[in-house]
Write a protein that binds this ligand. Sequence first.
Ligand code: DAK
Length: 258
Amino acid sequence: MNHILYEETGQIGLVTINRPKALNALNSEILAELSAAFDAIDTQKIRCVVLTGAGEKAFVAGADIGEMRDLDSAGGEKFARTGNAVFRKIETFPLPVIAAVNGYALGGGCELALSCDIRICSEQAVFGQPEVGLGITPGFGGTQRLARLVGSGNAMELILSARNIKADEACRIGLVNRVCPPEELMETAMKLAGRIAGNAPVAVRAGKKAIHEGLQVDIEAGLAIEEKLFGSCFATEDQKEGMTAFLEKRKVEKFNNR
Ligand code: DAK
């Protein structure tokens, strides 16, 4: 791959978008490589994924404006389809994905962070949806995921004004979970990933699935989704071990992902 780095630390997979000279802007090659990188993750061995951008300046400064400018409508549609498919792949990925946002997360970059399950950012991070200033709307799910996460009023303000916001404001409106000094960002993200990786994998996956799927339906249907996934945990050895350890007043020996 030319622009995606992947490494593993124990049971954590780290995906890095590596095009720092263009502030990690997403072109079609990067989108294809990002998709392939997620496809290649061993979801039996790895238990949590961290996604970040290379360099100190940007997570992702958006879709590649140079590549997009001359697209015709068929090209625009193809670009949107590719991007939407990758972002949806991340959102529905069986493992939790944490975005470690190290700088600019603009346009498609903000939308990429929104496709992740949890967002942690550095004090230097900047978020925004500048698309209307470029004559387009957000095209990788921004109008949908931002409104679901921060409410329609905040999403309207950000998308319609194209105003960038800093980390503290992003945290205040719930766009990010946590803000930390730049030098502590990766350590904080990896620590959280490690904590997630230590829990029962089937239960963690079920929790992610229940939240995502439940948000798309009414409360009755959402509770039905939860019941089914809750029930499925009782078919696992890890549920027996988790509850037995509690009753025997000892720590869980090991969750085996079974
Ligand atoms: N695309 C391409 N190149 C970019 C880029 C981008 N989004 N952002 C930065 N770069 C490149 C710059 O062109 C520059 O390249 P060189 O000139 O060195 O070759 C290099 O990165 C460094 O950038 P700057 O020199 O501008 O750095 P500054 O520190 O001065 O400014 C900045 C940093 C982040 C404020 C600035 O670069 C900036 O405003 N960048 C653009 C941010 C932006 O508008 N992002 C949103 C892009 S629109 C769709 C699906 C999705 C989308 C649209 C449609 N469909 C459904 C069809 C998504 C749209 C977007 O993301």
